[in-house]
Design a protein around this ligand. Structure first.
Ligand code: GTP
Ligand code: MG
Length: 579
């Protein structure tokens, strides 16, 4: 398993010299680092263990102004190598770095009491004892980068610590946080970082977040050697053709497209070093990025981090919260939560079993595919968890949501039936407007679907109070023959037409079904005889006024009996069949 070791410790306590003594590589390569004799940026070197295993080593700066860089270097590591100067003992950044390691969940490592050559034996013994007291769970090894004393013991201790590191999640989608970007002649833009999950291979398409840009991997290297595929936990260099160096920076995430959500909010379990007051403005360190944020608290140890820029995160990720100093940290419960904080939901997520996780994440319908990354469960566990919610097609949702939706749909259909007894249905588009899940959910709702409309089960249109108006209208139509009658009650007209009791014309006029048939036969016969019919001719034949003749002909056009050509009409197929 690929493991990464990160140095930690106060400025000048001998981290970089120790890295050089262990690996032969001077990681202080910037001119300013060499001039000032301090580390400013992150340095990287491979470290061989006595058993042949190879660790990646990240050297971090100790200066208090560069703690943010230390956090960026420490986020992907599995083991720490804490340097404490034998003469100076523990100093402020010794403690702050230790806190950060703790907050990031880095529990395994070794303490090196450095510059052993520069102090007498008693002082060294005391320094070792103090270091042991400070970090009781780690082995403490006195070393000298200058003389080489203790280096073998240190390597052996690192190997033992590496043995204790738990398995990293091997599967999952590719996710890497960029820590360096540079240009290589003949190769182009290269980014490096620790692969947090998944794997990376030549030819893969990835997305750079938060910019959202798709990139193609041209080649992958691990420790300066090309590999076909890099695995989770490895430090990798990825070359990305067609991308300018200035389009990428430390803090960017390189991820498998579609596998992670981008979010301006993170719900976390807080770990506080001191009290973090509600509404506190902090810097959130996540991956290799640092983002301004506000802490919205809920319950006694939950919070939502409202971020100034979006991040790609996953459940279980660690964050560090800082202002001038490190205030605390957190473990991500939901990487893309709703804005409203709900401690009960977060408690479910904190329990961490598949069914609690799925219950907490699912309320309104979400696509199953989108849930995989958010729940961070493997396929089997996700399947177990899904038993706790409802599922239809590609969508999952809570029973509670379904009950609420059913109740609201029922209520709206009842209201509709009361206000429009002639047409008690509602268009589906109106009932579940624009929802992609509508088709999957509809069969589970208490509705009858008839054509484009939904009805309460068994609901039928009823004339109710309008029965009398309908009877009067029908009497009038029976006496009117082919003449049109005005009917301003559009709903009534539509209803009676649906029942075959009248035919609607334009402008709110209607005609009796018998009248309509007579008009149609007149038109069809005339056309059969003379090939066409003009408005004036139809008016003469039917004996109605010009307006009514016009309305009747237009309706015949609509019904496909005739086609209008200028001011004449000819039969269409339906007209021929009507004979
Ligand atoms: N005598 C002695 N001096 C050492 C040893 N290791 C480092 N030093 C001295 O300590 C100075 C700082 O060492 P570095 O390794 O650069 O310290 P660092 O912890 O990397 O410092 P930052 O990266 O700036 O935090 C060096 O310039 C040396 O003068 C050692 O083993 N013996
Ligand atoms: Mg250094």
């Amino acid at each position: 398993m690929a493991l990464t070791v990160g140095t930690a410790g106060h400025i000048d306590h001998g981290k970089t010299w120790l890295v050089r003594a262990l690996t032969g590589k001077d990681t202080d390569r910037l001119p300013e680092e060499q001039r000032r004799g301090i580390s400013i940026d992150l340095g990287y070197a491979p470290l061989e263990l006595p058993d042949g295993r190879r660790l990646s080593l990240v050297d971090v700066p100790g200066h208090e102004r560069f703690v943010r860089t230390m956090v960026a270097g420490a986020t992907g590591i599995d083991l720490f190598l804490l340097a404490i100067d034998a003469a100076e003992g523990s100093r402020p950044q010794t403690l702050e770095h230790l806190s950060i390691l703790w907050l990031l969940g880095v529990r395994q490592g070794v303490v090196a009491v450095t510059k052993a050559d520069s102090v007498d034996e008693d002082t060294l013994e005391l320094a070792v004892a103090e270091a042991q007291e400070l970090v009781p769970e780690a082995e403490v090894v006195p070393v000298s980068a200058k003389t080489g004393a203790g280096l073998d013991e240190l390597r052996a201790a690192l190997a033992r610590a590496a043995d204790r590191v738990g398995e990293r999640r091997a599967g999952g989608a590719a996710r890497l946080y960029v820590d360096r970007v540079f240009t290589l002649r003949g190769i182009g833009t290269v980014v490096t970082g620790t692969l947090w999950s998944g794997s990376l291979a030549e030819g893969d398409t990835l997305r750079v977040e938060p910019a959202g840009r798709e990139v193609r991997v041209r080649s992958v290297q691990v420790h300066d050697a090309p590999v076909e595929r890099a695995e989770a936990g490895q430090r990798v260099a990825v070359s990305l053709p067609g991308v300018e160096r200035r389009d990428l920076r430390r803090g960017d995430a390189l991820v498998a497209p579609g596998a992670f959500t981008l979010s301006y909010r993170l719900d976390v379990v807080l770990e506080e070093l001191g009290e973090i007051e509600a509404g506190a403005r902090v810097s959130v360190h996540h991956g290799t990025s640092r983002i301004p944020a506000r802490v919205v608290r809920a319950g006694d140890h939950y919070a939502q981090l409202r971020l100034g820029e979006p991040v790609v995160a996953a459940r279980g990720d660690r964050v560090v919260l800082r202002r001038e100093t490190t205030l605390g940290g957190g473990t991500v419960l939901d990487p893309a939560p709703p804005r409203r904080l709900d401690p009960a939901r977060l408690a479910l997520l904190e329990r961490g079993d598949p069914s609690s996780i799925v219950q907490a994440l699912v309320r309104e319908p979400v696509p199953v595919a989108g849930l995989t990354a958010r729940a961070l469960l493997d396929a089997d566990a996700l399947e177990d968890g899904l038993a706790a919610v409802r599922r239809s097609g590609d969508w999952v949702f809570s029973q509670e949501w379904l009950d609420e939706t059913a109740a609201s749909v029922e209520e709206r259909l009842c209201e509709r039936a009361a206000s429009s007894p002639l047409d008690p249905g509602l268009a589906l588009a109106e009932l579940l407007p624009g929802e992609a899940w509508a088709a999957a959910i509809l069969p589970l709702l208490p509705v009858d679907r008839r054509g484009p409309k939904a009805y309460l089960p068994g609901a039928a249109a009823a004339l109710g109070e309008r029965a009398e108006a309908a009877a009067a209208l029908e009497r009038e139509l029976a006496g009117a023959g082919l003449a049109a009658v005005k009917c301003p009650d559009v709903e009534l007209a539509r209803f009676l037409e649906g029942e075959g009791r009248l035919v609607r014309l334009g402008d709110g006029f209607v005609v009796g079904p018998g009248g309509y048939e007579v008009a149609r036969d007149l038109v069809v016969q005339e056309c059969r005889a003379g090939g066409e019919i003009a408005l004036a001719r139809f008016r003469d034949l039917s004996g109605v006024g010009r307006r009514d003749a016009q309305l009747l002909l237009e309706r015949l056009d609509q019904d496909g009996v005739t086609r209008r050509i200028g001011d004449r009409r000819v039969l269409r197929r339906a007209g021929l069949e009507a004979l």
